[in-house]
Design a protein around this ligand. Sequence first.
Ligand SMILES: [Ca+2]
Length: 451
Amino acid sequence: MSSRLCSSDNWKEGLRICSLNKLGLRCLGDLFVLILQLFLGFRVVVAVGALENNGGGGDGSDVGLDLTGGYYDAGDHVKFGFPMAFTATMLGWGLIDFEAGHSSAGQLEYGRAALRWATDYFLKCHSSANELWGQVGDGYADHAFWGRPEDMTMYRPAYKIDTGAPGSDLAGETAAALYKIDTGAPGSDLAGETAAALHAQELYSFADQYRAYGDSIWAAADFYRSWSGYGDELCWSSLWLYRATGDVNYLNKAKQFWGEFGVANTPSEFSWDNKNAGSQALFSMLDGGSEYTNALSSFLNSMRSKPTTPGGMVYVSEWGSARHAANVAFIALMANKVGVDGSTNYNWGKQQIDYLLGTYSGRPFVVGYGSGPERPHHRSSSCPDMPEYCDGNWAMTQGGPNPQTLYGALVGGPGQDGSYTDDRNDYVKNEVACDYNAAFTGALAALAESG
Ligand SMILES: [Ca+2]
């Protein structure tokens, strides 16, 4: 029953039932397995609005294209291509290198379907060799509306990069994301994978040849400003294309970018903005040279020397503090996999995830898990069941739990002093986002895999 309802072909049927059934019927008694199941429930929920033939069903119509699909960004309904592509890249990375963890949790097919949902959208967005649609929806108009995506009526403009206004970071990250579907299940759409590979190579060339900072899409800049520039995406996408194709030209480009853009320098975070730590880990895996493993070791040592919350969560940034902890936990668990300070990194990565699940924090930061948040800053889950009218003011301000449970969503997270309130209006500590769950998923799979 649950597997039918939860299959990728039936996302629209009984999503809450799907998640509940997973909990009730498929919990294997392992904490990480349970959470991994929860997470994928969240990702499916985020996809719903785009699946329905409304609430985004006309996306792209203003430019004569079909740009439906993909994922809404967070508590809102804008489709921001840059963090969405990073989300897909990280979901794919977890599926590739922690496949056994996904399998043991019974989540491999759902993870692949969730990834495919993103990459199918990116294929639509890449409308010609040097043209990529990187955003649908205006952030300000969207944020002024509180309700379900099915009920939104605002104009949802599409924004692109092209040779006149390029964006190497967006194009590079999307190229990196697209190759992940090569890891599809046996018998999956090989023609689709080939098409994606071609799109990825075109996007990579576009990123490399038309170098520019991705704030070419000005509408994204106030929400996802590309602070770190595009050098990290050029190195990162080169490594992913090398890994996918075995073409040493991509490896040589990655080595060039490693030096040109200072990728060895210790970054302050690993995120949708800055992928250098990911490149350090990928280089350690694919090449293994000491300059790469030393850089990775230095990054993780720097993370261990950062301030923490009471209970030991590394505190990188106020916004999405839990997400930052999950992101570097993923890198730590990957470092363990490639033999860089193995047990130190494994134990530290596990400690970070344990904190997010409540072991050292006293409360989980995952919706629908134990005493986790009940009032996440997320529009559609704060509305009552359809077809009941959703009064935005009520939905935003009512004191009870969100009527819909957003199973598996990681919320923003605590302040440095450990402070946290389950407040729907607190978009710093209590919003959810696709990118918050991206590396978190792979970290959970890594821990599920190691038992
Ligand atoms: Ca960047």
